[in-house]
Design a protein around this ligand. Structure first.
Ligand code: A2P
Length: 275
């Protein structure tokens, strides 16, 4: 247990339930609500906590003897002093029905080990890296587009984000604008970071599911590139189970092979977790 964190919290208040062993107890620094379905929050970061950009951790609340934990991709880069997360709100979700009510100063629990497949180490270097996301699936890419290693490994980084409506794209719009202005990373992104958004339910300048945009070539036309090729392109995919399955089928059809930490290759997939 992180005794420093626990000490800090015990000094401040009495908790209803003890903090389970092997869990960090961190303070909420800020919360931002985007829509009635989406919000982001930032937590203090335990000094001992290390992770690779793109990984996820288990998050819970100190509201039960045995708290419910859910996997959350870390949206902040590895160099950030705080930890950022982007979450869905599920009305009767065992965790998110409560998590959506957190306020600055509240305590959020976090298991100590991060893990995940959407990491630079699982891909071999190439000209382009496509990060394909829907909904909260943008979270691991929010971390990766702010990591200098991503720019060491790939010449061009293309982040696609598809949501039901325009308001759901706001987190990604703000993220990319802030990344371009960032004193550490901004310069690296110049002419190299591309952000392509589309909506599927509300009219907007770019519409369509990412699967349709890949299949009919619209994505590549917008970018002025050729369709996916194992020689030049690497792909990371994060979204719902159905989206993962369909996008994976398309990249496999293009001849890309799935990579892992043990055997880096051309693409990796990870579910955007809900609950
Ligand atoms: P759609 O509006 O046509 O369902 P959600 O918020 O439900 O997770 O959806 C996020 C985005 O992912 C929506 O734009 C949704 O489109 C899209 N989507 C859902 N299923 C798939 C799929 N199998 N392949 C590609 N995109 C999908």
């Amino acid at each position: 247990m992180n005794s420093a964190a626990v000490g800090k919290i015990e000094a401040a208040e009495k908790l209803e339930f003890p903090i389970p062993a092997g869990v960090h107890a961190e303070r909420v620094v800020s919360v931002k609500h985007y829509t009635d379905r989406l919000f982001s929050f930032r937590l203090t970061r335990p000094q001992t906590f290390r992770f690779r950009s793109g990984e996820f951790v288990m998050i819970g609340l100190p509201n039960a003897e045995k708290p419910v934990f859910r996997a959350y991709s870390i949206a902040s880069p590895a160099w950030d002093e705080e930890l950022e997360f982007f979450s869905i709100k599920v009305p009767d979700g065992p965790l998110t029905q409560h998590l959506q009510k957190i306020k600055p100063g509240d305590i959020v629990l976090m298991r100590q080990k991060s893990t995940g497949t959407l990491v630079n180490d699982a891909l071999t270097p190439a000209k382009r890296l496509y990060m394909i996301s829907t909904g909260t699936g943008i979270a691991p890419f929010a971390s990766l587009i702010r990591d200098p290693e991503t720019y060491d490994k790939f010449e061009q980084i293309i982040l696609t984000h598809t949501c039901r409506d325009v308001a759901e794209l706001a987190y990604g719009e703000e993220l990319v604008a802030a990344t371009r202005e960032d004193p550490l990373i901004g310069e690296l992104t110049e002419g190299r970071l591309f952000h392509l958004t589309s909506t599927t339910r509300e009219p907007s300048p770019r519409m369509g599911r990412i699967t349709a945009l890949i299949e009919n070539g619209t994505l590549f036309k917008w970018l002025g590139t050729e369709p996916f090729s194992p020689a030049e392109d690497r792909v990371m995919i994060c979204g719902s189970m159905a989206m993962l399955k369909d996008v994976k089928a398309l990249v496999e059809k293009a001849g890309l092979r799935e990579g892992s930490n043990a055997e880096p290759a051309d693409f990796v997939v990870e579910r955007a977790f809900v609950g």
